[in-house]
Write a protein that binds this ligand. Structure first.
Ligand code: COA
Length: 260
């Protein structure tokens, strides 16, 4: 698939995905979502990719939401399909990606943009970022998982305050609430995200994937997270990387993991 709306480049085992609709503040239209779905599936499958850095083009916006011009004429059925397809193909796919996905939030992260950042495993915000779920000001609610993920990240009271007031919050406040992991000066944003991914790259890839699965299970109602942890822990013992990691420790050297 050739991409018109996102930039995609693998460098040093990191897949850099940049939503590239700067004139529209990187709003998520259907074409952008389809390209993101394709890129995330590639990241999950490719041995050349150890992690994903997701950001928005320009200095003003990460993503200013779903593209309002595309759904303004929708009825209930179309709205439901829009949310379901987006959640299945993009937002849940990112959350379940076996490679860590880090959002580098470089400006407005609103509506679907904040939902996109919340679907990522780790969020780093630039100090100029503004975050919010303004859907109730459009007569809507968040539809790409925002009501669920925001509640899990910051608690019910704060989530409902943000959603019902439609207020934007600063990066600093988002960090205090646990909505983003860290805030850094804008000029240092990409380096800060790379720093995390470069550390993760030193760890055993299958163990990182297992950790993502087990942590996600803490928030999934259909499985028992403790059981998932037990199973994933057990599976690690069958990997070559477990042998390598423990042998390297005992031999007092750095491990060389093979993703096997
Ligand atoms: N959907 C479609 N287009 C959008 C958009 C969105 N979510 N967010 C911004 N844009 C477009 C604007 O329509 C404008 O396009 P134009 O130049 O062709 O008119 C362009 O991006 C720049 O946005 P603009 O509103 O002129 O910038 P601003 O600096 O005055 O305001 C925001 C910035 C983020 C406050 C404002 O764009 C905004 O409120 N966007 C919508 C946020 C939202 O409700 N998101 C949730 C959607 S579910």
């Amino acid at each position: 698939m050739t991409y018109q709306n996102i930039l995609s480049e693998v460098k040093d085992q990191i897949l850099y995905l940049t939503i590239n609709r700067e004139q529209k503040l990187n709003a998520l239209n259907k074409a952008t979502l389809a390209e993101l779905a394709d890129a995330v599936a590639f990241a999950g499958q490719s041995d050349a990719v150890r992690g994903v850095l997701l950001t928005g083009a320009g200095e003003k916006a990460f993503v200013a939401g779903a593209d309002i011009s595309e759904f303004s004429g929708y009825n209930a059925e179309q709205g439901e399909a829009l949310a379901r397809n987006g959640q299945d193909n993009v937002f849940n796919a990112i959350e379940n990606c076996p490679k860590p996905v880090v959002a580098a939030i470089n400006g407005f992260a609103l509506g679907g943009g904040l939902e996109l950042a919340m679907a990522c495993h780790i969020r780093i915000a630039a100090d100029n970022a503004k975050l919010g779920l303004p859907e109730t000001s459009l007569g809507l609610i968040p539809g790409y998982g925002g009501t669920q993920r925001l509640s899990l990240l910051v608690g019910r009271g704060r989530a409902l305050e943000m959603i019902a007031t439609a207020d934007m919050i600063s990066a600093e406040r988002a960090e205090k609430m646990g909505l983003v992991n860290t805030v850094v000066p804008q000029a240092e944003l990409i380096a800060a995200a790379e720093n995390i991914l470069n550390k993760i790259k030193l760890r055993a890839p299958l163990a990182v994937a297992a950790a993502i699965k087990a942590v996600n299970a803490a928030f999934a109602s259909e499985v028992n997270g403790f059981d998932v942890e037990i199973q994933e822990f057990g599976k690690c013992f069958n990997t070559q990387d477990f042998k390598e990691g423990t042998t390297a420790f005992l031999e007092k050297r750095k491990p060389a993991f093979s993703n096997k």
